[in-house]
Design a protein around this ligand. Structure first.
Ligand code: RIB
Length: 302
């Protein structure tokens, strides 16, 4: 079983600020750092650091060498990444003194995925393999349709939300990993139980993992439901915490780990990620996660 992640690769420009800049305001930042990021790249690294056999497909520009190098050094197969005549995707990320972030994206090369590339990439995979997708590349509908025809299991992290999400062939998704905001977008419901109920009735065959921020995460596969809280750490930067959770959870669940244990592993990995600066550099190695001595926040009660 192989995992293909067809996803974004971004250069992240991370600014330390006292507060997020407001409309009409000019704000000086205290520090600028440049990291490799993009939900796709982060999730591939999280998968690889968790121990998965992962292939990344996507597009970068000539300025994207550092993105490919980072993935390669992390053990990700990069043969399916194309370098094209566009600038690489980038993100301008403000991180405030509470470690919260706000992100401005420019898709760049991430939005230049062609049907030809999709067919070429998917031609390498088949029944029994998994494909992981986020919402930061173009032609997602075509990727989902073709991957489904080939018998791949499709995992969708519908992040970041946008108008196109509801138009995707979501009945072909095997796993949804989403947060409350994305859940609301897909169901028009706010309460987590209502979101899960609505998703279950719309997509009866899908496995759903709903993350609830400080309240942890819920797993629901239609016959089993379990949940897990978050761990108590000093928050430095929340960027890529969700990506770390996704990569670790998918590796665990596709390796046969029980859902409650997969949630635990993913929650620990995400906790370590928020205690460090940056997107990809914050994603922990499996050994660190296994050895981490972490305490559940509020006894796991949210
Ligand atoms: O999820 C975090 C990521 O979102 C950042 O690395 C940034 O590039 C954006 O894609």
């Amino acid at each position: 079983m192989r995992i293909l992640n067809f996803g974004s690769l971004n250069i992240d420009f991370v600014y330390d600020v006292n507060h997020f800049v407001r409309g009409g305001e000019t704000l000086s930042s205290m520090k600028l750092e440049k990291f490799c990021g993009g939900k796709g790249l982060n999730q591939s690294l999280a998968l690889a650091r968790a121990g998965a056999n992962v292939y990344h497909a996507g597009c970068v520009g000539a300025d994207g060498e550092m993105l490919i190098d980072t993935l390669k050094n992390g053990g990700v197969n990069c043969n399916l990444i194309e370098t094209i005549n566009e600038v690489s995707g980038h993100a301008i990320i403000q991180v405030d003194k509470n470690g919260e972030n706000c992100i401005l994206l420019y898709g760049g090369a991430n939005n230049s995925i062609t049907v030809e590339q999709i067919d070429k990439v998917l031609g390498n995979f088949g029944k029994g393999d998994y494909i992981l997708l986020q919402n930061e590349i173009n032609n997602l509908d075509i990727i989902i349709d073709r991957a489904s025809q080939l018998g791949l299991k499709i995992v969708l992290n519908p992040s970041p939300i946008s108008d196109n999400l509801k138009k995707l062939p979501l009945n072909k998704i095997s796993y949804f990993l989403l947060n409350e905001i994305e859940g609301k977008e897909l169901t028009d419901k706010e309460d987590p139980d209502e979101i899960l109920k609505e998703l279950r009735s719309k997509y009866p065959e899908s496995i759903i993992v709903l993350t609830l921020g400080s309240k942890g995460a819920i797993y629901d596969d239609g016959s089993k439901r379990c949940s897990h809280g978050i761990y108590d750490v000093d928050v430095v930067d929340t960027t890529a915490a969700g990506d770390t959770f996704t990569g670790y959870f998918i590796h665990e669940i596709t390796s046969g780990t029980k859902p409650e244990d997969a949630l635990e592993m993913a929650a620990k990995a995400a906790a370590l990620a928020v205690s460090r600066m940056g997107a990809s550099p914050s994603i922990p190695m499996r050994k660190e996660v296994l050895e981490a001595q972490l305490r559940l926040k509020n006894n796991g009660k949210g």
